[in-house]
Ligand binder design. Structure first.
Ligand SMILES: [Cu+2]
Length: 162
């Protein structure tokens, strides 16, 4: 009943607005989102992520909001960082089981940000918008020896935002 009420409100509002005005607002929306992409608005604290063989760890706590995290690769290989939000009720073990079984990532959550691989001894950054929930930091690079993705052999870190 509440849903129906909300939908009819929206329809009424849309019919009142001139199509050109809607187009203009959409254009400004694009401008704003692009600007936000180029120069992230930072709220709360900025944490950092350390990547190594084979671990990934978060220094500091992340509060809800948009954050850019500094990344440092202290290992001897290429590593990347993927920020993944877990669906409510799932954890790192569920994530690994789903991937091992060849299932879709969408079954366990959603990717929120990523930093392409960086060489050892270098730094990078990754930006994501966080809301409350449980997250994973992951590296998807494949290990030459075992053929396993790095997150399967330790480069996985679970944390929560509240
Ligand atoms: Cu890695």
């Amino acid at each position: 009943m509440y849903e129906g009420h909300r939908i009819s409100d929206k329809t009424e509002q849309n019919t009142k607005r001139h199509p050109l005005r809607r187009l203009i607002s959409f254009f400004f929306f694009l401008l704003l989102t692009n600007a936000a992409h180029a120069e992230p608005v930072l709220t709360g604290m900025i944490g950092s992520i350390i990547i190594d063989e084979y671990e990934i760890r978060l220094e500091g706590e992340i509060s809800p909001g948009k954050h850019t995290l500094h990344v440092k690769n202290i290992g001897s290989m290429l590593h990347e960082v993927v920020i993944f939000k877990l669906k409510e009720g799932t954890d790192a073990t569920d994530f690994k089981s789903v991937i091992s079984a060849g299932g879709s990532l969408r079954k366990v959550g959603k990717m929120k940000g990523n930093m392409p691989p960086i060489a050892f001894g270098t730094t990078g950054r990754v930006t994501a918008t966080f809301d409350a929930g449980n997250y994973l930091l992951l590296c998807f690079q494949v290990d030459m020896k075992s053929g396993q993705p790095h997150f399967m052999i330790g480069m996985l870190h679970e944390f929560s935002v509240s």
